[in-house]
Design a protein around this ligand. Structure first.
Ligand SMILES: Cc1cc2nc3c(=O)[nH]c(=O)nc-3n(C[C@H](O)[C@H](O)[C@H](O)COP(=O)(O)OP(=O)(O)OC[C@H]3O[C@@H](n4cnc5c(N)ncnc54)[C@H](O)[C@@H]3O)c2cc1C
Length: 290
């Protein structure tokens, strides 16, 4: 039998990783994050978009967010997923939708980060990013690369030629060993290789991780190469390692917190649980206690 305490725990876990279901709740969260010396990035959760009409709603949501950032004065940019804008329906639709957001952000002096999703859409995502980047500036639109993918180092070299602002993360999807390194050590080694390439490039990038080893490697490298703290930002997820977020901000590093919100939180929440087996064991144990 599912216990009441387990259900309460589940709800508490959700609110730990997701900043509510509405824009206003996310804004309140971001005010608090800004108050702790960090910037933010909005992420409207909705990976279940299946029609062109629904993609229009996503565009409206993001235009609304960009307007509210200006009205409220919070310090935040936005992160988008191209599947939310129709990538799996028609890539041209996703491009047109994303273009509306980038155009509005550019007009407002804000910035759009295109998240990276599963390897089935890596190339399509890069292609659309390149198209947008050819129309807009370096500080209008950026992309994400995942160190678990075997192709990522080459993608980073290629994208830096444009140049492009890149967020490097380890990667959060289940990928086959043909495309992704199955061993954590290789993922971490690749992360450090790409991080060094990014930091040396002179472009402002995002180093997204909660892993103290990756953070230490970044700080060691920037100190060794005399790269300033203002040359890049660390990025972490809302609800994960808040202590570390605050410490890095206090130490003078640029620290951005990625803030997901929205009604369709389930797939995002499950990815966060999967990253921390202790959370899953707790749920299994408590869900089935008499
Ligand atoms: C700002 C940001 C944006 C991201 N954007 C993308 C994206 O566009 N595409 C994509 O595929 N992935 C994205 N990710 C997710 C990323 O790929 C990883 O899945 C996630 O960050 C975990 O990897 P890690 O670098 O923190 O290292 P890990 O080796 O997974 O974790 C290192 C340590 O961090 C802590 N930790 C990590 N995750 C959790 C958690 N969920 N709960 C509690 N503690 C945790 C633990 O102490 C763990 O030991 C993003 C991550 C961040 C921070």
């Amino acid at each position: 039998m599912v216990t009441r305490s387990a259900l309460l725990y589940l709800k508490k876990l959700t609110t730990r990783f997701v900043a509510g279901e509405t824009i206003d709740e996310a804004i309140e969260t971001i005010r608090d994050i800004n108050g702790r010396g960090c910037t933010a990035s909005f992420d409207h959760l909705n990976e279940s978009v299946s029609s062109a009409g629904e993609t229009e709603e996503e565009v409206r949501e993001y235009l609304n967010i960009l307007g509210k950032i200006d009205q409220t004065g919070i310090r935040s940019n936005v992160s988008i997923k191209l599947t939310q804008f129709g990538l799996e329906i028609d890539p041209e639709l996703a491009y047109k939708n994303a273009r509306k957001i980038v155009e509005d952000a550019a007009r407002r002096g804000n910035f759009v980060r295109i998240d990276m999703e599963s390897s089935q859409v890596t190339q399509l995502t890069i292609d659309i990013f390149k198209r947008l980047r050819s129309e807009f500036g370096l500080n209008d639109v950026g992309i994400v690369l995942q160190s678990y993918l075997r192709r990522t180092y080459d993608d980073a070299v290629d994208l830096l030629k444009i140049p492009a602002r890149i967020r490097i993360c380890k990667g959060a999807y289940n990928e086959p060993p043909t495309v992704a390194f199955p061993d954590k050590k290789d993922v971490d080694d690749n992360y450090v290789r790409v991080m060094k390439l990014l930091l040396k490039s002179g472009v402002y990038h995002g180093i997204a991780t909660h892993d103290p080893k990756m953070i230490d490697a970044t700080i060691d490298y920037m100190q060794k190469e005399s790269i300033g703290k203002e040359a890049f930002e660390f990025q972490m997820l809302y609800g994960v390692r808040r202590d570390l977020q605050e410490r890095l901000a206090r130490d003078g590093y640029n620290m951005r917190v990625y803030v997901p919100y929205g009604k369709h939180w389930y797939p995002y929440f499950m990815r966060r649980l999967a990253e921390r087996p202790a959370n899953i064991w707790f749920i299994i144990k408590n869900l089935f206690k008499g």
